[in-house]
Ligand binder design. Structure first.
Ligand SMILES: [Zn+2]
Length: 279
């Protein structure tokens, strides 16, 4: 599933390709997504200019000149392809084509858990899609104290709390394991037992890991590709994710004795950690 760094990478690519572009034609070949694409979607956005491209949680927002904002979610398997001209032939699962005077965007989604809709821009803040979304990891108002307060009395493992989108949004499964490793915190620790200092440290790690992943263009696992078709390379920088039995970077632990990086399942999700470094 595209996580925050992948969505941010796609946002950056869209900004480069179609910011200030005029939408000339929208073709919808299949509207059956998690939520059906509104019947008047094409008619409402054709002719508008793209004024700004933003990310809110894992939603891409294209703010248009006509007072509407396109709301776009990539679901489990959604891909964005950007080209200078409309493709001559559609590929399998190419469901929506948005043509502009600067380039063409294709929305390809094999499993169709994604979403494409619009909302009036000045009603976005009250939009039900965003009502349960916690702080963005890069929001300046988010600090160790905020996280500490949110975690009070929570008995769930800290790894599960990091995935709770109502606490902080956008930390996906890969990055939760990586951030906990970076902070030296064991994923199984009850969230409510973290000190204020731990929370500050963890937040710093979350930001460091996400920033590095965005710089690397995201993690190309489960066939995620950047909109230009190239691969992100953050998966090459993973320290613990999918590294069961291996040494963690800079680890002095004796793998023969410890068994190296451990894989466990927490709240239904694969979780990786070093039993020596993470306490
Ligand atoms: Zn280790």
């Amino acid at each position: 599933m595209p996580e925050l760094p992948e969505v941010e990478t796609i946002k950056n690519a869209l900004s480069k390709a179609v910011d200030k572009a005029n939408i000339t034609k929208v073709s919808i070949f299949n509207n059956h997504f998690r939520k059906i694409i509104p019947d008047d979607f094409a008619r409402r956005i054709e002719g508008a200019q793209v004024m700004a491209i933003r990310r809110k949680a894992k939603y891409l927002l294209l703010e248009l000149s006509n007072g509407l904002t396109v709301i776009w979610h990539l679901g489990m398997s959604g891909k964005v392809k950007i080209s200078d001209f409309p493709p001559e032939n559609l590929e399998k699962h190419d469901h929506v084509l948005i043509e502009t005077d600067k380039g063409t965007i294709v929305f390809n989604d094999a499993r169709r858990f994604g979403m494409l809709t619009y909302e009036e821009t000045d009603k976005l803040d009250n939009c039900s899609l965003f009502s349960h979304i916690g702080a963005d990891p890069f929001d300046e108002r988010l600090d160790g104290l905020y996280l500490y307060n949110k975690l009070q009395n929570k008995k769930i493992p800290i790894k599960a709390a990091l995935l709770d989108q109502e606490i902080v949004n956008g930390i996906g499964n890969i990055y939760a394991s990586e951030a906990l490793f970076d902070a030296g915190i064991r994923p199984t620790r009850p969230a409510g037992e973290l000190s204020r200092k731990d929370c500050g440290k963890l937040l710093e790690s979350v930001r460091r890991i996400l920033r590095r992943a965005i710089e690397a263009g995201g993690s190309s696992i489960h066939d995620y590709r950047k909109p230009d078709g190239s691969l992100g390379y953050f998966q090459n920088m993973h320290c613990v994710y999918n590294k069961t039995g291996q040494k963690c970077p800079g680890c002095t632990c004796n793998v023969a004795q410890t068994g190296g990086i451990k894989k466990i399942v927490l709240a239904g999700r694969s979780t990786f950690y070093c039993p020596v470094k993470q306490k």
